[in-house]
Write a new protein. Structure first.
Lengths: 447, 340
């Protein structure tokens, strides 16, 4: 261990930036948030089709009861996160800024479904077989907890003709401020390892690598100690560099494999899951517990009591802000997720969703973008692009609406990490235009 | 229910602290050692010419942008200051003020603003001004004051080492004989030689280079490729015939090569985007410079070389692509595990 730390740390091949990591809550333990009076649970919290609501207004529900079932393969079940009565089914604005149907539940105590094991006891023995595991993960509504919220069971069904030989567990957490995964690795390490074993069994792979950025020494040391006698799981320290936690970059850093353009990690024999997802999978498979709560980091320079809260899904964001010492004066912007890729939310009634890893409070004077100047051809956007694209060129092409050329310049390879816009000295809205260009290209693809 | 609506914008929500005005300030700081050295060797007239050029460039930018283009003034970006300093660095310290003014008008007005301002100019504005002056006022532009190493305003004129070499070779003298008339390489390195205001001291310019590299304002690619090409190319000629061609160290330390490699060729706007492109660009400048120095009629060719390569930048940008993720033959790089 000590020796490895002195070796050159692994990292990805191209580009990358170094924003201040600002991990204010790295040493703040996970704290359960008091149960909310009411929750509002959107039926779209994942990538894919909205779930179909199976409860009606007035129905009593228990904590963990299914309230919406998945529609189609790429979708996810939704469960009640508190017990009480369904009061309303209506459209609410969620953290994406769009209105989606949500089920409101007025809480009345906290009565759980009988088949859920609420004890603290660690269940190590994995009794279920491969298919049963995947079915269980699907049933319990587990989605990727790193931010994108892709239904986990879909990733576990490896397409025909592809062979997966490595499982990568993403504990990188390269976004500044966020510490939810860091705390999970420290406080739920044993559950995490069982979760990894379950994933290995479900995928039929022998090798799992936990990739952790080197600014989380305590987590690296703890997990390294725990996996010492466990064949087939290793811990790998990675250089602190954004976007280390991006799936494609992480695969490149750890295994020196590059996912082909337009392809999936499975094309190079890898499946990547987030540490939060692995813990959720442990709970789903071993404890029968659906994904009804998650850890959310509440942070920001001005926040009085930055914290890592264990929060029930559907809790309004305002509850978290109050628990963190209230909304600071002169707050300009509130972000769901990290500062590099998170989404700004307009008001505090937005409910916590499965993919919300953090709430970041930005003061007024930093909330608005600074003036932008002409491009001075410094080439910094190219230097930092982890996909090796030419962001300045993509901006110009998107601005002109030249989608044919944008496509030739591989605009669809862009992972929207924001490094180009972060580094641009002229403060040009590069990523905004690239997003526009991507929709232009997708339009011609459809047509 | 709270009714406050917060700012909504797309990610990323944070931004680096290295912005255009800061980069410009960094470049200005990097040029200060060379300026200070020039004041030390040529006297206070260095400072006078530099301030004059900066003032004229800023004034012309303000007047044109504000009153001819009717736009808000763009002085905040600091680029006019840099153009002014670079223009001053490229002229003799005894240049009359009205010529400096003409240089500033050409540099800022024609070299930069006629193309649409900072970021749109294909040619390095200071060099456009400099070359315009060189062909319009050949006598004034090549009457180099002797390094006086004092703070006096008077100075007599003398030829530059490159001028001595070129004229001497024309008259059939050998390199060795000519070298005997010149200061030592140590003097060259620190800057005790005739020449333009800011180009004599390789040492002071290298200090600026180190500063800009540390601050990550520029990368090593252009200076290294340009200086390397010049070293190798003049080295080959020197090995072939040392009596007719000066050695590579002489070439690197004299004339405007250091100034060109560090401050002129690395200008963001007029150099390529990618590292690969920068290497090609620097090498091109090196080759053209050497050809002009060895076979052209001018003793020095850095300015022309940079301007010529500036014209190739769009072409270089088109072909010098960065390495892409997943571009390498994926089968070769990612050995697929055996099918089970």
């Amino acid at each position: 261990m000590a020796q490895r730390l002195h070796n050159k740390l692994k990292t990805f091949r191209l580009g990358g930036v170094h924003p201040d990591d600002m991990k204010l809550t790295a040493h703040v333990g996970i704290e359960p948030l008091p149960l909310p009076h009411a929750v509002s649970i959107p039926i779209v919290q994942h990538i894919g089709a909205p779930a179909k609501i199976v409860v009606q207004v007035g129905d009593p529900v228990k904590t963990g009861q299914i309230i919406a079932t998945q529609e189609g393969f790429v979708s996810s079940n939704i469960h009640a996160s508190v017990s009480g009565t369904v009061t309303q089914i209506h459209n609410v604005m969620d953290s994406s800024g769009f209105k989606h149907t949500a089920v409101d539940i007025q809480r009345d105590g906290d009565v759980w479904e009988e088949d859920i094991d609420c004890s603290e006891k660690l269940v190590e023995e994995i009794t279920l077989e491969r298919d049963a595991i995947i079915r269980k993960i699907m049933e319990k509504g587990v989605v990727g907890m790193g931010g994108a919220a892709f239904p986990s069971h879909v990733k576990l069904r490896v397409p025909e003709g592809k062979h997966v030989d490595h499982l990568i567990i993403n504990g990188v957490e390269c976004e500044p401020y966020l510490t939810a995964d860091h705390r999970l690795m420290l406080e739920r390490a044993k559950e995490l390892l069982v979760g990894i074993r379950i994933l290995k069994k479900a995928l039929g792979v022998d090798t799992a690598i936990i990739g952790i950025e080197n600014n989380k020494q305590d987590a690296i040391e703890l997990l390294d100690k725990l996996v010492k006698d466990e064949p087939g799981i290793t811990v790998e320290a990675l250089e602190v560099q954004y976007p280390q936690g991006s799936e494609k970059q992480l695969i490149q850093a750890l295994l020196n494999r590059e996912v082909p353009s337009g392809g999936l990690p499975a094309d190079v024999g890898v499946i990547v899951h987030n540490v939060g997802t692995a813990v959720a999978i442990y709970e789903a498979v071993q404890k029968n517990k659906p994904l009804i709560e998650r850890v959310v980091t509440v942070s920001g320079k001005e926040v009085k009591r930055p914290a890592n809260f264990l929060v029930r899904i559907g809790t309004p964001v305002i509850d978290l802000m109050i628990a963190a010492g209230g909304v600071p004066d002169h707050t300009g912007k509130i972000i769901s997720g990290g500062p590099m890729m998170g989404k700004a939310i307009a008001d505090l009634n937005v409910p916590v969703a499965k993919g919300m890893s953090g709430l970041l409070v930005i003061p007024e004077d930093e909330a608005k973008r600074a003036e932008s100047y002409n491009c001075v051809h410094c080439g910094k956007c190219i230097e930092v692009c982890p996909m090796g694209l030419e962001p300045y060129r993509l901006l110009l092409l998107s601005k002109k609406g030249n989608s044919e050329r944008s496509k030739e310049e591989h605009i669809l390879d862009c992972i929207e990490c924001g490094s180009c816009a972060f580094v641009c000295p002229s403060n040009r809205p590069i990523l905004d235009y690239i997003r526009l260009g991507k929709t232009q290209v997708r339009k011609i693809k459809k047509a | 229910m709270s009714s406050t609506l917060y700012t909504v914008s797309a990610s990323p929500h944070i931004h680096t602290t290295l912005t255009i005005p800061q980069i410009m300030r960094g470049v200005i700081i990097a040029m200060l050692p060379a300026l200070a050295f020039s004041v030390y060797t040529f006297g206070i007239s260095s400072l006078y010419i530099t301030l004059l050029a900066v003032l004229f460039c800023m004034l012309i930018e303000y007047v044109i942008v504000r009153f001819m283009l009717n736009k808000p003034a763009t002085l905040y970006d600091g680029s006019a200051i840099i153009t002014g300093m670079l223009l001053a660095f490229n002229v003799p310290t005894n240049l009359p003020w009205h010529i400096v003014l003409i240089g500033a008008i050409v540099a800022v007005g024609i070299g930069k603003l006629s193309f649409g301002g900072l970021g749109n100019n294909p040619f390095n504005p200071a060099l456009v001004g400099r070359v315009f002056l060189l062909v319009s006022f050949p006598v004034e532009m090549t009457s180099w004051p002797v390094a006086v190493r004092s703070l006096s305003l008077d100075a007599t004129t003398s030829a530059t080492p490159l001028g001595i070499l070129k004229d001497g070779l024309k008259e059939g003298e050998t390199v060795n004989a000519l070298m005997a008339q010149m200061p030592s390489y140590t003097d060259f390195f620190f800057g005790f030689q005739g020449g333009s205001l800011g180009e004599m001291s390789a040492f002071a310019i290298l200090l600026g280079l180190i500063y800009m590299l540390v601050r990550k304002i520029i990368t090593w690619h252009i200076p290294v490729s340009m200086l390397g090409t010049i070293f190798i190319m003049t080295g080959i000629f020197w090995l072939v015939d040392p009596s007719r061609y000066a050695d590579p160290v002489f070439h690197l330390l004299t004339g405007g090569i250091m100034l060109g490699a560090v401050f002129m060729a690395t200008d963001y706007v007029t150099s390529p985007f990618t590292h690969k492109g920068m290497l090609v660009f620097g090498a091109g400048i090196g080759v053209i410079t050497v050809l002009i120095r060895l076979f052209g009629s001018y003793p020095e060719g850095v300015s022309f070389a940079i301007l010529i390569m500036n014209a190739f930048v769009p072409l270089i940008n088109r072909y010098a692509k960065p390495p892409r993720y997943g571009q390498v033959n994926s089968k070769k790089q990612n050995p697929q595990p055996a099918k089970v």
